[in-house]
Design a protein around this ligand. Structure first.
Ligand code: ZN
Length: 66
């Protein structure tokens, strides 16, 4: 069966991802918004990708990665 439109109906609906507590590295510079997910960083103590200042771990609510 084709052409009744039910397929198109279910497409394009975006469920927002639930936010979960996520460890992130945050830039220690007050002027800088740089941060990255801890799981995306391979360094033990990464430098900020924007300003190269040191970073510290914090927990933020971010959309979960599935
Ligand atoms: Zn920075």
């Amino acid at each position: 069966m084709k052409g009744d439109g039910t397929v198109a109906f279910s497409r394009g609906r975006k469920e927002p991802l639930p936010e979960v507590e996520t460890n992130v590295w945050a830039c220690t510079s007050d002027d800088c918004q740089g941060w990255m997910r801890e799981s995306f960083s391979f360094d033990k103590e990464p430098a900020c990708p924007l300003c190269e200042a040191s970073m510290e771990l914090e927990v933020r609510m971010l959309p979960g990665l599935e």
